[in-house]
Design a binder for this molecule. Structure first.
Ligand SMILES: C[C@H](N)C(=O)N[C@H](CCC(=O)O)C(=O)O
Ligand SMILES: [Mg+2]
Length: 365
């Protein structure tokens, strides 16, 4: 089963409400979709989200990376040589992690199809059902409370609340949400690098003292400020989750060795795909550090690959795979079943999509 063609297209998905973080506001998803063909008629699929504020990538850079750099290195190679393929992709250029992830995801889809098994079973098959949180965008307090109550009505019991845009109002917003949703809803707080270390310690301390009862606080400070994050982790009781600070296994080692965070958020768009995600999770697990699987604004295509990775691995204990829940409609049929907060893995081989129907409607760039 040899790779014969790599094709790049566009996938679009309107969002139910604008997605707002301390770093950016997004109204509609526009991502790159890659389809990989083999000599025996199999097709694999992957997707890249251009998150320039986090990975530095754009639609154009992803397209260039895949078409001009990655594709020529993988055409003609046997899909069974998956480790060689992943290594070539990893080494062929610096960063460009979402472009690499899209190609790797399509390759893993093909690899599992070759063995006629669902991908998560080949990766470890630890569980077949996972539970995701849903993002509450950073807005004024009233709107955040309204969005939180709506999310609960939709069947979510874990909220990932975005803050960090205005440190002065963050404490009040979180407390208002806690007050409105009651004690049983799990609150995760993501500052997306929006606080200084001292602000973070002050804000988290106030929230702890006033009963916000947060499960974790994600990326409180600038991604490059590892000692600042270490200071926050040392000075607060709440678990600190490293997100933008950890793209690679090496960065995971640094954060773990310095005890700069309690937990690590793995995203395929940061790691460059499944192979390095597996490595980071193994490093974390060996050090007693649990991982979250997260996403950027991917649609069901790449979020489903992340779901396979999460279902496979015991140490992935927190799931932030709400991309499909934020979209008006899925661009593709098949794959894991997303119903409210539940993600149920399917028995279909590979990632599980009905790719032919998708290709018939695919947009070109
Ligand atoms: C969509 C997901 N729940 C999420 O919040 N991801 C962000 C980054 C998303 C982006 O800006 O595309 C995160 O965890 O920081
Ligand atoms: Mg985050």
């Amino acid at each position: 089963m040899k790779i014969t063609k790599v094709d790049v297209g566009l996938v679009e998905a309107p969002l139910i409400t604008p997605f707002k973080t301390a770093l950016r506001t997004v109204y509609n998803i526009q991502n790159i979709v890659v389809t990989i063909y083999t000599d025996n008629g199999y097709i694999g699929i992957g997707e890249a989200a251009p998150t320039h504020v986090i990975t530095g990538e754009s639609l154009q850079s992803i397209r260039y990376a895949i078409e001009e750099v990655i594709a020529p290195l993988i055409i003609g190679i046997e899909i069974d040589e998956i480790a060689l393929l992943c290594d070539r992709i990893d080494k062929c250029m610096y960063q460009n992690t979402s472009a690499k992830a899209a190609v790797e995801i399509a390759l893993y889809d093909l690899w599992a199809k070759k063995y006629d098994a669902p991908l998560y079973k080949l990766l470890g098959g630890y569980r077949s059902k996972i539970t995701t949180d849903i993002t509450i965008s950073v807005n004024d307090e009233e709107e955040m409370v309204k969005d939180s109550l709506e999310a609960i009505k939709r069947g979510f019991s874990i909220l990932k609340v975005k803050v960090g845009k205005n440190p002065h109002s963050d404490v009040n917003s979180i407390l208002a949400i806690r007050n409105a949703v009651g004690p049983d809803v799990v609150l995760r707080v993501d500052a997306n690098q929006g606080w200084t270390p001292k602000e973070a310690v002050k804000i988290i301390g106030q929230l702890e003292d006033r009963g916000a009862d947060m499960e974790l606080v994600e990326q409180p400070v600038h991604y490059s400020d590892i000692s600042g994050m270490q200071y926050v982790t040392n000075q607060t009781y709440t678990n600190i989750l490293a997100d933008e600070s950890v793209f690679s296994p090496k960065q995971a080692i640094e954060v773990i060795e310095k005890r700069a965070a309690d937990l690590i958020n793995i995203k395929l768009m940061k790691t460059g795909g499944i192979s390095k995600a597996q490595q980071i999770n193994a490093i974390a697990e060996a050090n007693g550090v649990e991982c979250m699987i997260g996403c950027m604004l991917e649609t069901k295509i790449s979020v489903s690959a992340a779901a396979h990775f999460a279902a496979a691995n015991k140490n992935v204990t927190m799931v932030d795979l709400d991309g499909p829940s934020l979209c008006v409609k899925d661009p593709i049929e098949g794959g894991p079943f997303f119903e409210g907060e539940n993600i149920q893995m399917s028995d279909a081989s590979g990632i599980g999509f009905l790719i032919e129907a998708f290709i018939a409607n695919k947009k070109t760039l």
